[in-house]
Design a binder for this molecule. Structure first.
Ligand code: SAM
Ligand code: SF4
Length: 349
């Protein structure tokens, strides 16, 4: 059992003394995504190779270190914290971490949330709701049990559906994230849409990104542009563009016939970078200032060098001062340009 109770609520007043994080392009950094593990109980074909070499456990930050790191960012003005992985809910004792960082809710932090494959929600949904989590993103690319088993290699659809039901029953809002995959879920576009509408879940489609070496999987074979997906929706439905922005690559429409909201995450277009408000920390304490670039800063060394946060804070500030203007992903020349070598499970999706 890990004891995280010793740390006091992030001193909200300290915020006033410490300037918020603003990058060279005048973008305030208010959103942190923390990957708490690179491990997962699934092996989605677009995300991992079947036989992944995971990091040695000793390289991972402890839950106390992850808490200290997250708290440092909150002290520097981060208002939204998303926990991801790998599969965050397979990390041992992860609820003690959630409980610890939840002390910042209403005291600097506006939202604590997570992205999960849903397999463990049956176990944890009630506790997450109790801790103060209000929304979860659950990744689900198909409602067909056989296809689900194929795409996740190790997953079981019924277990995930059970998890989603548990989340809903606990009062958590569920957003379904589906990766758009050519030849895989094209035929389920309206099935997914109708199921989400019926269950009251928001739905967002994600364009597949060129991350990590997938072995036999070919990126261009998997790539189903969301422009095409959207055009197919528009053949049957009237879509109204919404002005809503999250500072990330998501754009939203409303279906005028049903009122349903649909998101599109198109990281391969550049049009979101100018409003980017986020950075990512891996489970080993690497800070990535951009999902699509290799530049990073090591936060583990300053974290371990001293119990005082001064060095850590300075390292974070120096890194934010190098946040690039945007990424270089590009499929347009019929090859995968701007590919980054690390897997999504490493940086945290
Ligand atoms: N295991 C959790 C899950 O699946 O939700 C959290 C981590 S996962 C890396 C986060 C998100 O990244 C998931 O929605 C997943 O579908 C997405 N993802 C993984 N690899 C991707 C890729 N190459 N392109 C686009 N999305 C990807
Ligand atoms: Fe695991 Fe999520 Fe990657 Fe699938 S997408 S292998 S569930 S980390």
């Amino acid at each position: 059992m890990v004891c995280l109770a010793g740390r006091q609520p992030s001193a909200y007043l300290k915020n006033m003394e410490t300037a918020p994080l603003i990058d060279p392009f005048a973008r305030p950094i208010t959103y942190l995504r923390v990957s708490v593990t690179d491990r997962c109980d699934f092996r989605c074909t677009y995300c991992m190779a079947e036989h992944m070499q995971f990091l040695p456990k000793r390289d991972l930050l402890t839950l106390e270190e992850l808490d200290r790191l997250s708290s440092a960012f909150i002290d520097l003005g981060v208002r939204k914290l998303r926990i991801t992985g790998g599969e965050p809910l397979v990390r041992r004792d992860i609820m003690s971490f959630f409980r610890a960082v939840s002390r910042h809710l209403g005291a600097g932090l506006d939202e604590l949330t997570l992205t999960t494959n849903g397999s463990q929600l049956g176990r944890f949904a009630t506790e997450l709701a109790d801790i103060g989590v209000r929304r979860v993103n659950v990744s689900l690319d198909t409602l067909d049990a056989d296809k689900f088993a194929n795409i996740t290699r190790w997953g079981r659809l019924e277990q995930v559906l059970e998890g989603i039901r548990a989340a809903k029953a606990a009062g958590l809002r569920v957003k379904i994230n589906a990766v758009a995959l050519k030849g895989f879920n094209e035929d389920e576009l309206f099935t997914l849409l109708d199921w989400c509408a019926g269950e009251g879940h928001d739905l967002t489609f994600i364009e597949v990104m060129p991350m990590g070496d997938m072995g036999e999987e070919d990126r261009l074979d998997q790539y189903w542009p969301l422009s095409n997906l959207r055009a197919r929706l528009a053949e049957r439905l009237s879509l109204i563009d919404l002005a809503e922005r999250t500072g990330g690559p998501a754009r939203y429409v409303r279906v005028s016939e049903t009122g349903q909201k649909i998101g599109f995450i198109t990281p391969l277009t550049h049009n979101f970078c100018e409003s980017c408000n986020r950075v990512r920390v891996t489970c080993t304490g690497e800070l990535y200032m951009c999902l699509g670039q290799e530049d990073r800063a090591d936060l583990r060394a300053p974290l371990r060098a001293s119990p005082d946060d001064a060095l850590l804070t300075q390292t974070i500030r120096d890194a934010i001062a190098r946040k690039p203007k945007g990424h270089d992903f590009d499929y347009s020349r019929q090859n995968v340009a701007g590919q980054v070598s690390r897997h999504m499970s490493h940086t945290g999706g």
